[in-house]
Ligand binder design. Sequence first.
Ligand code: G6P
Length: 608
Amino acid sequence: MCGIVGAVSKSNIVPMLIDGLKRLEYRGYDSAGVAIVRDNEIERKVNVGRVADLEADIDFDRFKASTGIAHTRWATHGGVTRDNAHPHISQNNVAVVHNGIIENHHELREELMSKGYSFYSQTDTEVIVNKVDDFINHGDDLLAAVQKTIKLLKGAYALGVICLSEPGRMIGARSRSPLLVGVKPGEAYLGSDMSALIAVTNKFMVLEDGDIVDINQGQVTIYNNQDQLVERDVKTSSLSANAIELGDYHHYMQKEIFEPGQAIADTLEGRISANSVLEQSFGHDAAEIFDRVEAVQIIACGTSFYSGLVARNWFEKFGVRCDVEIATEFSSRAHVVPANALVLTISQSGETIDTLTALDKAKQQGYRYSLTICNAAESSLVRASDLVFMTHAGPEIGVASTKAFTTQLAALLLLAIVLGRRKLLDQTTEAELVNELRSLPGKVEQALSQDKEIQKLATRFVDKNHALFLGRGLHFPIALEGALKLKEISYIHAEAYPAGELKHGPLALVDSQMPVIAVAPNNDLLEKIKSNIQEVRARGGQLIVFADQESGMDADAGIEVIKVAPVDDTISPIIYVIPLQLLAYHVAVIKGTDIDKPRNLAKSVTVE
Ligand code: G6P
């Protein structure tokens, strides 16, 4: 949700800023802008639309500087206009890029207006830049001005600030929104995440909440929220610049749908032995904590929430009490906290503010232990949790999450096994499950081989405005995820229902115009879902059924059957989601939507 990149160097930083913005564009893509300190002015270029539109506007031979900040926006305060695009600027003296929301911007705006400041945008950010300018006018240098300003801010922010009077200096600050400092001899950078900086450096420092960084002619100094000098470790990112290249694929989402075989193999590597799961892969203290855990509370958003819903089936099957809740809903109510409960957050980005807020709430309310399953090392969730299990999905760029989901499921099954072995899960079943997990990459490839068949099927959705997804048990969350994928990228209204609930309402929607997608693996619920499929057929609904080759279901009038290779019931959700991802992808290709950057959405949602 908004991407920040900033640079102080001895050479021209504009191409690097634009490249960084392109790599951050998945975070927000309503508008983009860049500001540089140049001769006697701060020069600013902004445009609505994509970074490519901004780039097209820049005369790279003329627009050059060694200090600058840039931003790609996902609108919160104020519509998508040039005036609202960042960087924001005050009196041609200070420029600011901001990610987050300033809750008390009204009061600050009034105070600044009473001092004669006027405002050209509707953003909350403009108060920050004017306040910094105000302090500078009263004699502060840039660092002191930002230090004083952030003490007045309520809300969440990551900031990059430059000013005309101190070329070669850039201040960064963060509170509840992510910000990294990239380092290299004589140069330093700010970035919302490492993808923005990886083309120039793989060395970075993570700012902690409340930190301010002073980048002055390439020298980096960090202060904490008490304005005390602090040291932050310099880390080496394992991200490779190529990992975020598109290669031969048409879209990142397509690339990422095709990657889970490797991603799951990477997620399992070093975490399983021949017959069992290695519980130390959840952290040093994992065994001690897991011995005490009596219940699991899962909190997550979006696709990550659906992986939690799948996992609940595994936890409870193995005798571990488990609840799952959407993060914002979890935060909205009081809880009866079970004794020795583990709060488990699931997140691709590790920066989803709703999940972070819910984790804070859970800790305040007495949840004793915390674990995160996350795909971003060094993220806020990783730092806020007692135990950490990294999924190794690699960077996920497409806004609609795909390979992150499948690797989360693999990680969650590992966790269900280590907790379950303390309850109902015996060694033989554990060994069988480990074997099944190991077979997953091969099974993923089989599922992907149906790509062409699914592409053909997608043509049926072109003129549809609605679709219904059905599933039962372990596969109801898969139906939910299939519906989410379709609505996110093809803008077709899609709803998922537990198949058994069909007769309690949604059946009224079924007619010959309504595609109904059923997930029907070969398990003990198959006969029940077959009955539900008949209920749809009897009403003329157009059925597409994803079924096991051995389920005895065949194509017929009004029913198309996509046959999925046989797979063990427990791991089957990890396989059955793949054809649904492919279906959503191909429908969106036919509809010509912006697949990797669907309208109104952002990948990393860092505002509440
Ligand atoms: C956004 C993304 C979704 C994602 C959700 C949770 O809405 O568009 O794809 O599932 O956030 O993100 P997280 O990073 O916490 O998994």
